[in-house]
Design a protein around this ligand. Structure first.
Ligand code: ZEM
Length: 291
């Protein structure tokens, strides 16, 4: 392993145990700081890891989780990244305590930790990302726009190298967290358990009736039964597009299948554009959840 950060003094080669320590530290902070949103920073940590990774462009090899360029204003200020400063700030004390880890490895480790601690599937992890400077910031517009439909989703996710099944599996992350009118303009959670990884997103999409919400904000849907849940226009594309819907039906019926496919696609997402050392593919780290 040779991906330690520039700040490291002397020679320190971190091992699995060192990463597990950081995992445990993040898990302890998640437990401790339970006054945020629905009781956890977990969802916003997952979103940070996703937005760090989802800028990848397979044609040019630019973007992706290598670099952590969202630390810099040009990228941090992109509309899609509004509010993610909460996740970055949450991790600052961890970075201060373990300065040898790069921001880019830390943000992805935090995404892995958040998913596992919110009772999600095991997410194998590989370190090896290095932090880049401001010049590596990606242009605005690489992350999906929630007001659009199936064609846009395919354009954005095919650019990262994903297929239809993977787009649907990734979308299940919206079981977690919520929209904030102060960030994206949209408002509300997708599920009744926004701090637990489940296949509820697909179940609700397919089994609930969704109506346009009557309000002054951007176009979003609300559930007919309680009017407390929401779906974005892009979420509805997951059930209005025939090819997408086939996968949504499978994931709604079979949470085990969803967990397996979600883990695989998250690992792929989190590794986009990262120049890992040779022979690390077969030796990914599996962290032990704290509960
Ligand atoms: Zn999201 N996402 N996302 N997403 N997302 C939001 C929140 C969260 C889209 C999108 O526009 C939005 C993926 C895919 C897509 C999470 C994870 C993942 C919000 C609300 C919007 C508008 C932001 C706010 O107001 O705070 C679109 C269009 C997507 C295309 C398919 C993928 C892939 C994800 C992970 C694998 C998570 C966890 C949240 C909740 C964040 C929070 O703060 O609670």
């Amino acid at each position: 392993f040779s991906g330690s950060s520039g700040e490291t003094k002397g020679i320190f080669t971190p091992k699995f145990e060192d990463y597990q320590k950081i995992y445990n530290e993040i898990a302890a902070r998640l437990e401790e700081k339970d006054d945020y949103d629905d009781g956890s920073y977990g969802p916003v940590l997952v979103r940070l890891a996703w937005h760090a990774s989802g800028t990848f462009d397979k044609e040019t090899g630019t973007g992706g989780s290598n670099g952590a360029t969202m630390r810099f204003a040009p990228e941090g200020d992109h509309g899609a990244n509004a509010g993610l400063v909460a996740a970055r700030d949450f991790l600052e004390p961890v970075k201060a305590k373990y300065p040898w880890i790069t921001y880019s490895d830390l943000w992805i480790l935090a995404g892995v930790c958040a998913i596992q601690e919110m009772q999600g599937p095991t997410i194998p992890y590989r370190p090896g990302r290095s932090d880049k400077d401001v010049a590596a910031c990606t242009p605005d517009g690489r992350l999906p726009d929630a007001s659009q439909g199936n064609k846009h989703l395919r354009n954005i996710f095919y650019r990262m190298g994903f297929n239809d099944q993977e787009i649907v599996a990734l979308s299940g992350a919206h079981a977690l967290g919520r929209c904030h009118s102060t960030r994206s303009g949209f408002e509300g959670p997708w599920t009744f358990s926004p701090t637990v990884v489940t296949n509820e997103y697909y179940k609700l999409l397919l089994n609930e009736k969704w109506n346009w919400k009557k309000w002054n904000g951007p176009k979003q849907l609300e559930d007919k039964t309680t009017k407390t849940l929401m779906m974005l226009p892009t979420d509805m594309a997951i059930v209005s597009d025939k090819a997408f819907k086939e996968w949504a039906v499978k994931y709604a019926k079979d949470e085990e299948l969803f967990f397996k496919d979600f883990s695989n696609v998250i690992v792929k997402l989190f590794e986009l554009g990262v120049p890992f050392a040779e022979n690390t593919e077969q030796s990914k780290m599996i962290f032990k959840p704290t509960s």
